[in-house]
Design a protein around this ligand. Structure first.
Ligand SMILES: Nc1ncnc2c1ncn2[C@@H]1O[C@H](COP(=O)(O)OP(=O)(O)OP(=O)(O)O)[C@@H](O)[C@H]1O
Ligand SMILES: [Mg+2]
Length: 493
């Protein structure tokens, strides 16, 4: 509180008041008396001038003017000739006072009478001033003496009775009014400084909140003065800062997401490379082993040699498939791959694919059911959609159980057709449902190895559907598993 503007303002205003009142008091004490005497002197000089001017007139006029002046100014006036004989004397209708000449024939520089003490005497131009103290009356007098035109002497005397008393009274009055002014002034200063600093404190408070990133509070200062403008500026600043920080936060979040995405992609790339090298290592080792066997001629008979060659060719085929699938996947996922959309009959395509598989189904003793609905035209990349069908059907053949049923159905909606490939068999566990769409992911490794799968088929499906902007998925349903994908229906209107 000690250093606050409020207390500084309060203390300064109070001090200023005390200072002015003290100055007033000092001036009163030092100069009021002098000022009063000067004023009196001026009045005496003016009267003297006036009397000098009229002194040429008749005696009655002179006497009248003397009386008038004496009564107005409260002075006693005497005019004496050069020899000191009184010529005129003012008559005052106020309590009787001794005239200048009562005690003596007045002459400048004369010794004061015994009951009067001469305090000082000085000459200013044609006027001589003299201050005397009347011991008996206890009154000070100021007397002006000047020569009139014909050499007669004019003396005007005024009492200085009240001045020192007046100074005392004024002193006391100044002290009393001073105390009242200081008290009232301090109250006013307190209220004013409070009112003055309130908006500043408000702005300060808001600035502090801003430093804590709290931009909810706004200045409610309504004035149009500098503080009001400051409040508005702070409000504007707060709004802009809020906007900037929000924007920055959003960008920061996006950047974090991008970094995370980048990190995941990098991780996936590493995983991918390690998976590919892992998948290649096994067939390469087998090929190497059997090739060395052939070279060292471990086997004598033709049949065994043929077996060795078959194994090598089989492994080569597998590697070939892997390389092809990989190329296929990387091509689709590259970002440069464009699907070639055409309009074609999806029902016919399914029938065509199933026709190709006919012998395989027969050979594997699998019952194939195709629930033919209405014949539908769709829009999409036919080669790729055939690839999806093939991958789903291959998987169904590889995972069908002893019930040996594969069922294909289509559900027609407004602008999409959902194609389901169902096979009887074991459910896929919950946590694998998401992961099977990643490359090289296999739920049951042993089983996948038995049919020579690499875990790439479904990731190819995912990549193709992403390019088509269409959905895909898998559901465990009663008795088996259904894989589905959507295609764009063409509506003829
Ligand atoms: N119809 C299905 N029933 C049960 N599990 C399945 C079925 N289809 C796929 N899976 C599981 O999903 C995994 C990934 O399938 P995906 O088609 O991607 O690879 P794959 O068939 O093993 O090999 P590839 O397709 O590359 O020859 C499979 O290894 C298998 O574990
Ligand atoms: Mg597959």
């Amino acid at each position: 509180m000690n250093k606050s503007i409020r207390s500084k303002l309060f203390v300064s205003i109070t001090f200023l008041l005390i200072f002015f009142i003290s100055v007033l008091w000092i001036l009163n004490n030092l100069y009021l008396e002098q000022y009063y005497i000067n004023k009196k002197k001026n009045i005496l000089i003016q009267n003297a001038k006036k009397l000098t001017d009229i002194y040429t007139g008749n005696a009655q006029d002179i006497q009248d003017e003397l009386d008038r002046t004496a009564n107005i100014t409260g002075s006693n006036i005497d005019i004496i000739d050069k020899a000191g004989n009184p010529l005129y004397r003012s008559f005052r209708r106020v309590p009787n006072e001794k005239n200048v000449m009562d005690n003596s024939k007045f002459k400048p520089d004369m010794q004061p009478p015994p009951d009067q003490i001469k305090l000082n005497q000085y000459t200013e131009g044609e006027y001589t001033f003299e201050t005397r103290s009347d011991v008996q009356l206890k009154i000070d007098f100021l007397t002006l003496v000047t020569k009139l035109n014909n050499g007669d002497i004019l003396a005007i005397r005024v009492p200085l009775v009240s001045i020192s008393e007046s100074v005392d009274i004024a002193d006391k009055f100044i002290i009393i009014t001073g105390i009242i002014i200081v008290i009232l002034g301090s109250i006013w200063a307190y209220l004013f400084s409070k009112k003055f600093t309130k908006p500043i404190l408000e702005v300060n408070n808001i600035a502090r909140n801003m430093a804590k990133f709290n931009f909810d509070e706004k200045c409610k200062i309504v004035g149009k003065d500098e503080v009001g403008q400051l409040g508005q500026s702070v409000n504007y600043l707060s709004g802009e800062l809020n906007r900037a920080i929000t924007e920055l936060n959003i960008k920061n979040k996006k950047l974090e997401e991008d970094i995370e995405k980048e990190r995941k992609i990098d991780e996936m790339r590493k995983e991918f490379i390690s998976s590919v090298s892992h998948e290649l290592r096994t067939p390469l080792a087998v090929i190497q082993g059997y090739a060395e066997g052939l070279v060292s001629n471990v086997t004598e008979n033709e049949e065994d040699r043929k077996f060795y060659c078959d194994v090598i060719m089989n492994e080569t085929d597998k590697m070939n498939k892997l390389v092809k699938d990989l190329l296929n996947l990387s091509q689709i996922e590259s970002g440069y791959f464009h699907i070639e959309k055409t309009e074609f009959n999806i029902t016919s395509l399914i029938e065509y694919v199933l026709n190709k598989y006919k012998s395989i189904f027969a050979e594997k003793n699998i019952e194939i059911k195709f629930e033919l609905g209405e014949s539908c035209i769709i829009s999409g990349d036919m080669v790729r959609i055939e690839q999806i069908l093939t991958n789903y059907i291959n998987n169904a053949i590889n995972h069908v159980d002893n019930n040996r049923i594969v069922k294909i159905s289509q559900i027609v909606n407004n602008d999409k057709i959902k194609i389901n490939v169902f096979n009887t068999g074991k459910h896929i566990n919950e946590e694998s449902l998401e992961k099977i769409w990643n490359s090289f992911y296999k739920v049951d490794k042993a089983r996948t190895r038995s049919y020579g799968g690499y875990g790439l088929g479904l990731s190819i499906v995912k990549a193709i559907q992403d390019l088509h902007n269409n959905g895909y998925g898998v559901e465990n349903i009663e008795g088996g598993v259904t894989f589905w994908f959507e295609v764009d229906k063409v509506n003829f209107s």
